[in-house]
Design a protein around this ligand. Structure first.
Ligand SMILES: Cc1ncc(COP(=O)(O)O)c(C=O)c1O
Length: 435
């Protein structure tokens, strides 16, 4: 493809390099999903659930089909379909049976629900740092964060790359902890031949609108542990109302919510699940092209896939070193945006820097559950807690989601030309931005 990059930068009034609308959300919904939805509509049963001690406690036919597909594909004993990954995380935390003030170690470089799910059950999130290359939990940092109050580790397979799961599994086993994987962003990724979401005791998947497979909203929790499955199922559907009839004696954490997935969502998720491998393959193909293109720019490091891992590229996380490119990250991103490319500076603020943790105000005015922390030392959420996370977020992370269908290899080349254009005109750009 012949591309003209010798034009003026768009941010300085020149023509945009990318004339297409920048892509924001995945839309792989097609005839299959439409037909599945119409079938549910025609059945008149939009939800198959009822909070009664009968067959309907377990949901409708599409929900059961989705759970069966997840069990088979991921080789796990149980799957619990719910209305979001936030709900699946909540189910996971509820199933641990934490006492108020117990601690769960997790990553600060993730979407907020990973750690709010811990607070929601009266637990205390403890943040360990991330690894520089994958942006996932650093096992060394996790090890240092363990104390007598630690009950679980919640790893996050972020942006599509697996966390160092074998190492985290070992730490969990050595310390008698449950390992949860927030796998919302990495369905179909693998770590040493195992699917992410299945190395841990619990795996969580998301089907919200911007995930690789989506049903608008939705999620699944998988496990092979019968106790965890039982608690999660009760929590999903007003467990308190059925424990007697189900003969459940240990009623801890069986109080429930309505986290039920509708038949419409499940019908769509079933069709999307069939496409997951293809959707992942497309992303990998496009990401590989981008990586091979970007490898030639000093100061721009494409995402790393560690040996024995499969990256599924929910997003494409570049490490940008402005000391090498000699163009501030902020200016680079603004100029790329002006050229019409999908790009973003940083991912999310480290979770502990959010007001929830800074003020330690969650339920009520007295700081519950932070106020119930059992540890002797003070809870630590101050700036500087996780230096790698802060450095990545503040200095180097540049994100794009350009590597997904219906974008093509030509679009990857055009994106690369955008980088070339912006970097080649950096002196003029810096002069303009400083004005
Ligand atoms: C890592 C991670 N965890 C949890 C969630 C929550 O997912 P949901 O929107 O399905 O509740 C998300 C969604 O963006 C996520 O990326």
């Amino acid at each position: 493809m012949l591309i003209k990059t010798d034009t003026e930068l768009a941010i300085l009034g020149g023509p945009k390099l990318n004339k297409k609308e920048p892509l924001r959300w995945n839309n792989s919904l097609g005839k299959e999903e439409r037909d599945a939805v119409l079938e549910v509509m025609d059945s008149g049963t939009l939800s198959g659930f009822q909070a009664s001690p009968n067959e309907m406690f377990w949901g409708g036919k599409n929900v059961k089909k989705l759970e069966a597909s997840f069990k088979k594909a991921f080789n796990v004993k149980y799957a619990v379909a719910v209305n979001s990954a936030t709900s699946a995380l909540h189910c996971a935390m509820m199933s641990l049976g934490l006492d108020i003030g117990d601690e769960v170690i997790t990553s600060p470089y993730t979407m907020s629900a990973t750690s709010t799910s811990i607070l929601m059950v009266g637990g205390i999130p403890i943040f360990a740092d991330i690894e520089e290359e994958t942006f996932c939990l650093d096992p060394q940092s996790v090890r240092k964060s363990i104390n007598n109050n630690t009950k679980a580790i919640c790893a996050v397979n972020i942006l599509g790359h697996p966390a160092n799961l074998n190492e985290l599994r070992k730490i969990a086993d050595d310390n008698n902890l449950i390992l949860i994987e927030d796998n919302s962003q990495s369905p179909g990724a693998t770590h040493y031949g195992k699917f992410t979401g299945t190395v841990g005791d619990i795996g969580v998947f998301s089907f919200n609108r911007h995930k690789v497979m989506q049903s608008g909203e939705g999620g699944v929790m998988v496990t092979s542990n019968n106790k965890i499955y039982e608690k999660a199922s009760l929590f999903r559907n007003h467990g308190e109302a059925v424990v007697e009839e189900f003969g459940i004696n240990d009623i801890t954490n069986t109080i429930g919510l309505n986290l039920r997935m509708t038949e419409l969502e499940a019908a769509i998720a079933n069709e999307q699940f069939k496409k997951l491998e293809t959707l992942n393959d497309e992303r990998i193909m496009l990401a590989n092209r981008l990586s091979s293109n970007l490898g030639s720019f000093d100061g721009i490091t494409p995402p790393v896939t560690l040996p024995n891992n499969k990256h599924v590229y929910y997003m494409y996380g570049i490490k940008y070193d402005e000391n090498v490119t000699k163009l501030p990250r902020k200016y680079f991103v603004e100029a790329m945006l002006a050229e019409g490319f999908s790009i973003r500076e940083g991912y999310l603020k480290p979770t502990y820097l959010e007001p929830l943790y800074q003020k330690q105000i969650c339920f009520g005015k007295k700081g519950f559950p932070f106020s119930e922390a059992k540890r002797d030392s003070k809870l630590e959420y101050s700036k500087g807690l996780c230096p790698v996370t802060e450095r990545v977020q503040d200095n180097s992370m540049v994100l794009t989601a350009v590597m997904q269908s219906p974008q093509t290899l030509d679009d990857m080349d055009l994106w690369t030309e955008g980088v070339k254009k912006v970097l080649s005109k950096k002196e003029k750009l810096i002069k303009h931005m400083k004005k």
